[in-house]
Design a protein around this ligand. Structure first.
Ligand code: HEM
Length: 485
């Protein structure tokens, strides 16, 4: 909430500085005396936790870069050197690798919190959009960081993702080659990925400064979604939320340390401990867990877009998948304009809360599961595969049925040997595969934003809301007494 400055410079040096560059005034007004709704819960500690994650990633990353060698013949060995020879190199590397996962865990909770409490709605649209830009930059940074150890998953992950650009019609191939600095992922790509992986966190840092600025103009939203109307609804940021944020951060750091010290590789893929080899493709190429839902959306489109029953194709399946993947992030940018409800918080929107908690969140988790599995994995099958051989015995058509293609082919061989003309055909059972589940969940994901959100916003009758933030946290009588003061 923009408010009058309450900063009073004490020592002479503070007064001197305040007349020249009032940074202390900025810090005081933003993080000490900033009026903050008194009802913020622990979901609101993730902004501070994310700031910690960003700083921790930059600090550990800079230290790693002092020992890492961005060259395709040395990258893998330099990471092993960090793990074995550099003092506490293992700790720095594991903190950075686990840190990436913790950063994404925190950002997903931060985003879902924003969606639940309607924090993207006016007047916080710019704040939300800056968040979406940060999220995109985080995904690019995470992806490029994963390429650096130059293991099998690094190399093949980079190959799959950069090939997506090749799916763009006409200009795709030149773009892909320009990006890679060659025809395939190799040393030039590794070098530029390292350069960008070092740069982007600082761009993210700049975006976070804008994000917090855009937060401090309208002030925090809160679990009720009701605007703060006066001092009775707020408390100063310090000490109330510095202490609450610090407590949340300590719990987060305990979980973080649990992973670093007891399960540092739990969230990674074992294949990345095999040096990159462009002649051996891993059986199963998967990105890091935090990119899996988007990977699932990308792979769920297996059909071309064109005129049915003709050969006319407008968009090929692969490019359609790429469009769907980018659209799944793009739709977040326009969220403030898709939500037609007058009420911000889902606390008072039972229908929307149902769709969010019971439909949307499980669909996101489901997409993550689909992304981790092979698309052809069978989830449900009705009937069995059957293999037929048809031939005429005189005038009469005879059909032989087998359980395996081998048995059938064996029988056909002996029939053909005695001069019989045989036709073979296969009976395929109905199969529901991972890729089908992926398509359904992709449709649910988009429907949530494009159909459910605008529609429910119009038709839903919200539950009764408290008159003010103060009333939501205090018994009614004390709230009116506080308001009267
Ligand atoms: C490096 C990543 C990020 C950092 C450091 C960061 C930092 C913060 C901080 C410190 C706050 C205030 C405290 C809080 O509400 O938790 C905040 C609020 C907010 N952030 Fe972020 N953020 C990040 C990413 C994102 C992303 C990816 C989004 C959404 C796409 C987002 C959307 C929001 C919204 C809507 C609020 C206001 C919440 C409210 O007042 O109810 N942020 N952020």
């Amino acid at each position: 909430m923009a408010h009058e400055s309450t900063y009073q410079p004490q020592a002479g040096i503070e007064k001197w500085m305040d007349d020249r560059l009032p940074v202390m005034r900025l810090v005081h007004d933003s993080f000490v005396d900033f009026p903050t709704p008194k009802n913020l819960n622990y979901w609101y500690t993730f902004g501070g936790i994310l700031t910690f994650c960003l700083v921790a990633q930059i600090a550990t990353g800079i230290t790693l870069a002092m020992h890492y060698v961005a060259n395709d013949t040395m990258a893998f060995a330099s990471v092993e050197h960090i793990m074995r020879d550099v003092n506490f190199g293992w700790l720095i590397r594991y903190s950075h690798a686990v840190g990436a996962s913790m950063f994404f865990l925190a950002v997903y909770l931060h985003m879902f919190r924003g969606m639940y409490y309607g924090s993207y709605k006016a007047p916080r649209e710019v704040l939300w959009i800056l968040g979406c830009i940060i999220f995109l930059l985080m995904m690019a940074t995470g992806f490029m960081g994963y390429v650096l150890p130059w293991g099998q998953m690094s190399f093949w992950g980079a190959t799959v993702i950069t090939s997506l650009f090749g799916a763009i019609p006409i200009i795709g191939d030149p773009i892909q080659q320009w990006m890679l600095g060659g025809f395939a992922v190799g040393n030039p790509a590794l070098n530029r990925f390292f350069s960008l992986h070092y740069l982007l966190p600082f761009v993210i840092f700049g975006m976070v400064v804008l994000h917090v600025w855009a937060l401090h103009v309208p002030g925090n939203n809160n679990p009720t979604g009701i605007d703060a109307k006066g001092p009775q609804d707020t408390v100063p940021f310090h000490p109330y939320y510095t202490v609450k944020d610090a407590f949340g951060l300590v719990i987060f750091m305990l979980i973080f340390a649990g992973f670093v010290f007891f399960a540092p590789n739990a969230l990674g893929h074992p294949d990345n401990y095999i040096p990159a080899n462009n002649l051996v493709t891993p059986a199963h190429i998967v990105p890091e867990w935090y990119l899996l839902p988007f990977y699932a959306i990308l792979r769920s489109i297996t059909f071309d877009f064109g005129i049915p029953f003709t050969d006319i194709i407008f968009i090929k399946a692969k490019f359609l998948g790429v469009i769907a993947m980018f659209a799944s992030i793009g739709v977040l940018f326009v969220l403030p304009w898709l939500d037609t409800s007058k009420v911000r918080s889902m606390r008072y929107r039972p229908i929307m809360r149902f769709f969010f908690l019971i439909i949307f969140l499980p669909a996101c988790v489901g997409l993550g599961w689909v992304g981790a599995e092979t698309p052809a994995k069978v989830l449900y099958q009705q009937g069995e595969f059957t293999y037929y051989a048809d031939y005429f015995e005189g005038e009469e058509l005879t059909t032989l049925t087998y359980d395996t293609a081998e048995e059938r082919d064996h029988a056909v061989e002996s029939l053909v040997a005695v001069g019989t003309e045989v036709e073979i055909r296969d009976g395929t059972p109905f199969q529901f595969q991972m890729v089908h589940l992926g398509l359904i969940l992709t449709i649910v994901y988009f429907a949530y934003f494009i159909i459910i959100m605008p529609l429910v916003g119009i038709i839903e009758t919200p539950r009764p809301m408290p008159a003010s933030i103060a009333e939501s946290v205090l018994p009614r009588s004390s709230a009116s007494a506080a308001a009267a003061e």
